[in-house]
Design a protein around this ligand. Structure first.
Ligand code: MGD
Ligand code: MGD
Ligand code: MO
Length: 803
C-alpha cells in the first residue's frame, strides 16, 4: 500500500502495519524503512492496543485489566506519569499503556524449569526483546558462585543470604537502587530499611531521568515538581513543548492537547525531530479524529539542534525584554536577580545564538511573538532537556522565561516537567533520594527513634564508580534494569560483575539478571495489575503523578504465580532478616497491613497528613506546592530566582555528529515490546541511525549503509563502539543524529554527565561513523581488545518480527 509521504491516512489507522517502503528488505535481518508519519493516535490506539492485549493476555484478562486502567476504582497505568483527567473515559488508556499492561499480564512464565533448561551463557546470547517476552518470573532463584544456571531458593533462605552479606560489610558498601514503578508504600518501607541499616546509598532512575529538573527547579522555585494542575492545561493560551515526544511516551497527553486546542490554545514544539505526536493528532474516540486529517497540534515547530535550547531560550527572552513584554508586578514582588539577568541578555551574541540553536533570529522571533501574545503559558519538557551537559542551566533558563511573564502560580500557566516512570515522583516524595533533605531525616528520626545517616549517598553514576573501584560489593535493585539503563555499558557490566552479591526484585527477565555478582538473586514480585492480599486482607497501594496528585491503585488480576510476593513483603522481609528488632521497627505489621505504613507516612512526609484516608478517596488528593498554590517560593532568598548562564556551544570536530539516544514507539525503556517504530517509519529492526541527508553525503555514506559508531571522548582511553547500525535519512537538523537506547548506551561515557545533576548526557554524545566491521579491524590492528557489551551483538542478529 502506498501512502503519501507527508500525510497519514484512514487506511493506516485501521491497518497500523501499512507501510510504503523507502528501501524494502535491504537488511538481511528484515529491517524495512518507510516514510515517516505526521500524526499520532491518542486515547486509545484501539486497533494496536487490542491486538497486543488479546495476543498476550487473551480476551478475559484483557477486558478485566483494560477497563480498570486509570479508573478511580482501578489501578494506575505503569506506562507513564501523565496525570488522570477528572472526567475519565471508559477506556482511559493508550496504545502504549495497553502494551505495558499486556507485558505484565502475559500468560507466559519463566519457571525453575526454564532456568534449568537455559544456562546463563545461553540466556546472555539472547537480546532484550527475547528476554522480556519469556513472560513472568514465578519463583525466587539464586545463582551460586561459579554456577552456570540459576536454581530455586526458598524466600527465607534468600532473605538470610542477603542479611548475611549486609551484616559483613560497611553499610556504605551497599547500593540500593529503585526504578520508578515502586509504590509509595514499598518506597517508604525501602528507604526506612536502608537508612536504619545505615546508608543513604539510594540511587534511582531519576538520576538518569529528571534529576536535572529536580536540581534546577529546587534552585529556581524552591520545589522540584511541576507547578501546574491538570486543569491548567485546558486553561492555557500557549503550550510550549520542548524535548518531549508525547505521541510515544505520554500518548494520553495528546487528548489534553486536543482539548486545549479546541479551547483556542496555541502550541510551540521545540524538537530536533518533527515527532508525529507533535504535529497532528487523530483521536479514534471521535469521528472527527478518524476521518480526515485530525487535529493539527503544533502551530510552530522549531527544529532546534541538539543541546541548542539554552541559546534558543536566551534569544526568546532577549526579544521579550526588547519589546518590554514582561510582567513587572510579578518580577518586582516575587523574584530576585532580574537586573543582572537582563544585563546579561542585553549583551547577547546573536551569531552564537543562531549557531548554537541552529535556528534563525526570524524563527526565534516567531516564538517570542507567540509568548508575548499569550496571557498564560505552560512549559512542558522531558528528556530532550534533562540529559545534556548544561541541562540544569537550560531548565533554569526556561524558568527565567516563565518568571519574565509571570507564568507561575497563575491559572493556565506554569512549569510542567512530564515525568517518565509512573511513580518516580512519588518515590522521591517518600524519601528515595541519595541526598535527602535534613527535614525529612529529622522527621524519620522522631518517628522511629534512631539517628539516620546524614552523609549523602551515591547516585547512579557514583554507584557504578563505587562498584568499579571496589568500594561497593552489594547491589539491590527494587525494579528496573540497572545494567542496561545505565551509561557506558562495558564499564557498568564490569562494575556489576565485580560485586559479591547482586539482587533484583523483578517481574520479567532482563539483562540485570545475567550480568551479576558472584552470587545473584532474582526475587519475583507482584505487578501493579495484580491483587495483593496480606494477613489483614486485600491491600491497596498509592502513587503520585506528574502534577503531585496522589491516589490509590489496586490490580484486578490473579497473581502470575502463588510464589510471588509483593514489593512491600519483600522489602520488609529483607529488613526483618537484616535488622531483626533493631530500633523496634515493626516490619511484620507493615507487611500485614499497608495502612500501618501509611500512618508512618502521615507523620513523616510533609503534606501527607491523614494520608491513608485522603489517598483512598476517589480521585485521591493533591500535595501542596507553594509556588503553584500561593506564589510563595521556598528558595534560599524566599523569591523565585533568576539565573544567569553562559551559552554552552558544543565543540564538535569535523566529520563528527552529535548523537541523541531516544525511545522507539515499541519499547518501555529497556523493555522491548516489538521491533517497529511505525511513526518514524521503522519496521522489524532497531539498529538504525537517523541522519540528515547532507550529513550522510558529507560523511561519504549513502542511506542504507551499515556503519559502526565510535564515541569521541578525550577524557579517558576507553574505546567506545556500537556496531552494525543502518543509516536512515531523516528530517533532523544538520549535525544532530539519533538512535535508540539501550543499544547505544555503550557509547555514553560514565563521566559525561550534566553539571549539577550528574545525569548521563544521553541526548548528546559526539560520535564518528566508520563502515561496519572496520571499527573492529582498527581495534585489532591497535592490538586493543574490545570488552564485553556490544561484542555479543554479531552473534545474535536482530530477530525477524514474526507477527
Ligand atoms: N511507551 C513508552 N512510554 C514511556 C517510556 C518508554 O520508554 N516508552 N519511558 C518513560 C520514561 S522513564 C520517560 S523519562 C519518558 C521519556 O519521554 P521523552 O522525553 O519523550 O523520551 P525520549 O524518547 O527520550 O525523547 C526525547 C525527545 O526529546 C527530543 N530531543 C532530544 N534532544 C533534544 C534537545 O537537545 N532539545 C530538544 N528541544 N529536544 C530534544 C527528541 O527528539 C525526542 O523527541 O517517557 C516515559 N513513558
Ligand atoms: N541512553 C539512554 N539511557 C537512558 C535513557 C535514555 O533516554 N537514553 N533514559 C533513562 C531514563 S529516563 C530512565 S527512567 C532509565 C530507566 O531505567 P530503569 O527504570 O532501571 O529501567 P526499565 O527498563 O524501566 O526497567 C524494566 C524492568 O523493570 C522490571 N519491572 C517492571 N515492572 C516492575 C514492577 O512492578 N516491580 C518491579 N520490582 N520490577 C518491575 C522488569 O523486570 C523490567 O525488566 O533509563 C535511563 N537510561
Ligand atoms: Mo525516565
Amino acid at each position: 500500500m502506498i501512502l503519501s509521504a507527508h500525510r497519514g491516512s484512514v487506511a493506516a489507522m485501521t491497518d497500523p502495519d501499512a507501510v510504503d517502503q523507502v528501501f524494502p528488505d535491504v537488511d538481511e535481518a528484515g529491517l524495512r524503512v518507510s516514510h515517516q508519519k505526521d500524526w499520532a493516535a491518542g486515547v486509545p490506539g484501539v486497533a494496536v492496543a487490542m491486538k497486543t492485549a488479546l495476543t498476550q493476555m487473551g480476551p478475559i484478562r484483557s477486558a478485566k485489566t483494560l477497563l480498570k486502567l486509570n479508573q478511580k476504582d482501578g489501578f494506575d497505568c505503569m506506562s507513564c506519569a501523565w496525570p488522570d483527567p477528572d472526567h475519565r473515559h471508559t477506556a482511559e488508556f493508550c496504545e502504549n499503556g495497553a502494551k505495558a499492561v499486556s507485558h505484565e499480564g502475559n500468560k507466559k512464565r519463566v519457571t525453575p524449569q526454564f532456568f534449568a533448561e537455559h544456562s546463563l551463557d545461553q540466556l546472555r546470547a539472547h537480546d532484550d526483546y527475547w528476554l522480556g517476552m519469556q513472560g513472568r518470573i514465578t519463583h525466587p532463584m539464586v545463582k551460586q558462585p561459579g554456577a552456570t544456571h540459576y536454581s530455586p531458593i526458598e524466600w527465607d533462605d534468600a532473605f538470610a543470604l542477603i542479611a548475611r552479606h549486609l551484616s559483613s560489610i560497611d553499610p556504605d558498601e551497599a547500593i540500593f537502587y529503585t526504578s520508578g514503578r515502586a509504590s509509595n508504600e514499598a518506597a517508604f518501607a525501602y528507604q526506612l530499611f536502608v537508612r536504619a541499616y545505615g546508608t543513604n546509598n539510594l540511587p534511582d532512575c531519576s538520576n538518569m531521568c529528571h534529576e536535572s529538573t529536580s536540581v534546577a527547579l529546587a534552585e529556581a522555585i524552591g520545589i522540584g515538581k511541576a507547578s501546574v494542575r491538570m486543569s491548567d492545561v485546558y486553561d492555557a493560551d500557549l503550550l510550549v513543548i520542548a524535548g518531549q515526544n508525547p505521541g510515544t511516551n505520554h500518548p494520553r497527553m495528546l487528548s489534553a492537547l486536543e482539548i486545549a486546542k479546541h479551547r483556542g490554545a496555541k502550541i510551540i514544539a521545540i524538537n530536533p525531530l518533527n515527532e508525529p505526536g507533535l504535529m497532528r493528532f487523530k483521536n479514534p474516540q471521535k469521528p472527527r479524529g478518524v476521518i480526515g486529517d485530525g487535529v493539527q497540534i503544533a502551530d510552530l515547530h522549531l527544529p532546534v539542534k541538539l543541546n541548542g535550547d539554552l541559546a534558543l531560550f536566551q534569544g526568546i527572552a532577549a526579544l521579550l525584554l526588547e519589546q518590554d513584554a514582561l510582567d513587572r508586578a510579578f518580577i518586582d514582588e516575587h523574584t530576585t536577580g532580574f537586573a543582572e539577568w537582563r544585563e546579561h541578555l542585553r549583551a547577547l551574541d546573536w551569531v552564537q545564538v543562531e549557531q548554537s540553536s541552529g535556528l534563525t533570529k526570524a524563527q526565534i522571533a516567531q516564538a517570542a511573538e507567540m509568548i508575548a501574545a499569550s496571557r498564560a503559558t505552560i512549559y512542558f519538557w522531558a528528556m530532550g532537556l534533562t540529559q545534556h551537559r548544561n541541562a540544569v542551566n537550560t531548565i533554569r533558563e526556561l524558568c527565567n522565561l516563565a518568571f519574565l511573564r509571570g507564568d507561575i502560580g497563575k491559572k493556565g500557566a506554569g512549569l510542567f516537567p512530564v515525568r517518565g516512570h509512573s511513580n518516580v515522583q512519588g518515590d522521591r516524595t517518600m524519601g528515595i533520594w541519595e541526598r535527602p533533605p535534613e527535614r525529612f531525616l529529622d522527621s524519620l528520626a522522631t518517628e522511629f527513634g534512631f539517628e539516620p545517616p546524614r552523609e549523602h549517598g551515591h547516585d547512579v553514576v557514583d554507584s557504578i564508580r563505587a562498584l568499579r573501584d571496589g568500594k561497593a560489593s552489594f547491589f539491590l535493585g527494587l525494579g528496573g534494569n540497572f545494567v542496561d539503563a545505565s551509561p557506558d555499558t562495558d564499564v557498568t557490566y564490569a562494575a556489576l560483575s565485580s560485586a559479591a552479591l547482586t539482587v533484583q526484585i523483578s517481574t520479567t527477565l532482563n539483562r540485570s539478571h545475567l550480568v551479576t555478582g558472584d552470587t545473584a538473586l532474582i526475587l519475583p514480585t507482584l505487578g501493579r495489575t495484580e491483587t495483593d492480599v496480606q494477613a489483614s486482607g486485600p491491600q491497596q497501594v498509592t502513587v503520585e503523578d506528574s502534577v503531585c496528585a496522589v491516589h490509590a491503585s489496586h490490580g484486578p488480576l490473579q497473581p502470575a504465580s502463588e510464589h510471588l510476593r509483593s514489593e512491600v513483603a519483600i522489602v520488609t522481609g529483607i529488613a526483618q532478616a537484616t535488622l531483626g528488632d533493631r530500633y523496634g521497627i515493626a516490619w511484620a505489621a507493615m507487611r500485614d497491613d499497608y495502612d500501618v505504613i501509611r500512618d508512618h507516612i502521615s507523620r513523616v512526609v510533609a503534606g501527607c497528613e491523614n494520608y491513608s484516608e485522603r489517598a483512598k478517596q476517589p480521585g485521591g488528593f493533591t500535595l501542596p506546592h507553594p509556588p503553584r498554590d500561593s506564589r510563595t517560593f521556598p528558595t534560599k532568598s524566599g523569591k523565585a530566582e533568576f539565573h544567569v548562564a553562559p551559552i554552552d556551544v558544543m565543540q564538535v570536530p569535523q566529520k563528527h555528529l552529535v548523537l541523541q539516544t531516544l525511545r522507539s514507539h515499541d519499547q518501555f525503556n529497556t523493555t522491548i515490546y516489538g521491533l517497529d517504530d511505525r511513526y518514524r517509519g521503522i519496521h522489524d529492526g532497531r539498529r538504525v541511525i537517523f541522519i540528515h541527508r547532507e550529513d550522510i553525503a558529507m560523511l561519504g555514506f549513502e542511506p542504507g549503509d551499515m556503519v559502526d559508531l565510535i564515541t569521541h571522548w578525550e577524557a579517558d582511553e576507553i574505546d567506545r563502539v556500537a556496531r552494525d547500525f543502518r543509516i536512515v535519512e531523516y528530517a533532523t537538523p544538520r549535525g544532530s543524529a539519533a538512535a535508540y537506547y539501550p543499544e547505544t548506551n555503550p557509547l555514553i561515557p560514565l563521566d559525561s554527565t550534566a553539571e549539577g545533576s550528574n545525569t548521563p548526557t544521553s541526548k548528546a554524545v559526539i560520535i564518528r561513523l566508520v563502515p561496519a566491521g572496520s571499527a573492529l579491524e582498527n581495534d585489532r590492528a591497535d592490538g586493543q581488545e574490545q570488552v564485553g557489551a556490544d561484542e555479543g551483538h554479531k552473534a545474535r542478529p536482530e530477530p525477524v518480527h514474526l507477527s
